[in-house]
Design a binder for this molecule. Structure first.
Ligand code: DHB
Ligand code: FE
Length: 283
């Protein structure tokens, strides 16, 4: 049977793609952000996940306001990165894992989660940047992926409690996958940020640190908030923390608890409070 080795989450700001392309990791602006990653690289070399289920939010590349599923899952053999207009280099396609995709579709449908199944799916910076950050020396990253999109654009958003339930169902389904693979669950986005309107530049450090702590010790903490409350607390794009919640919920199905591998928090990169975390699943 498959085994969940742990969870990863990171912010996914497009400017990171340019910083990587131009080798700016050691510059004073970028160093405090990139310094959050080497302890996680060391852990990944140890646990060597083969497949990554990645919760990410599409930013208008596959889905736009005219048609926007709450949840969608990729079932493709590969996922191409497209030019979104941020001026970042287009990265190599990421390999898919259709066997796990279809297993998840069957299990999640049986568990009453009706995801839009995408046999073709382009991926944006939210999916590509985390793989550049977690596997900086390998392009593309040496893993196969199953992307799961969660709507953070069109209101009403799926409630945090529902997202948590989805994450748990994904965790349970991975545990029932017959392939003896090492699987990691990844989330991308957040932490607090708002790109537009009167509150552009809004960051809420107190809330972010509470949320980061909840990832370790109180995974359901954020499920108390409605979508509007999350906007108030974390900003219009800070709602991307829903991905982190899904990832953490999946880990509750993986064993008796989690061990913190490493976490980092740094303000700001571009308009965003950045966070990164790696949690090992304790059997
Ligand atoms: C920024 C943050 C995001 O999450 C995103 O998707 C795009 C841009 C930013 O802070 O620049
Ligand atoms: Fe984003």
């Amino acid at each position: 049977m498959a085994q969940i080795v742990g969870g990863l989450a990171t912010s996914h700001i497009p400017a990171i793609g340019n910083a990587i392309a131009k080798g700016k990791q050691a510059e004073p602006y970028w160093k405090p952000f990139f310094d959050g990653f080497p302890p996680i690289h060391a852990w990944l070399r140890q646990v060597q996940p083969e497949v990554v289920v990645v919760f990410y939010n599409d930013h208008g590349l596959n889905f736009f306001l005219d048609k926007l599923p709450a949840f969608a899952i990729g079932a493709a053999a590969e996922y191409h990165h497209a030019d979104e207009g941020w001026g970042i280099p287009t990265t190599a396609p990421l390999a898919g894992c259709p066997e796990l995709s279809w297993h998840l579709v069957e299990q999640l449908t049986a568990a009453e989660f009706d995801l839009t199944v995408c046999q073709e799916m382009q991926v944006d910076h939210a999916c590509t940047i985390p793989f550049q950050l977690f596997w900086p020396d390998q392009h593309p990253a040496p893993v196969r992926i199953v992307p799961i999109h969660i709507n953070t654009v069109q209101f009403p958003l799926p409630p945090a409690r529902r997202v948590y339930a989805l994450g748990r169902a994904v965790g349970r389904a991975i545990g029932r996958w017959g392939d003896a693979r090492r699987v990691a669950v990844m989330a991308t986005g957040g932490l607090s940020h708002q790109l537009e309107g009167e509150r552009a530049g809004f960051i809420n450090k107190r809330f972010d640190l509470q949320f980061l702590q909840s990832m370790e010790t109180n995974p359901e903490w954020a499920t108390q908030f409605s979508d509007r409350e999350l906007v108030e607390l974390a900003g219009t794009q800070g709602v991307e923390l829903l991905m982190w919640l899904a990832m953490r919920a999946a880990l509750t199905e993986a064993g008796s608890g989690v061990r913190l591998v490493h976490r980092n928090y740094h303000i700001p990169i571009s308009n965003t409070a950045t966070g990164v975390i790696a949690l090992e699943a304790v059997p």
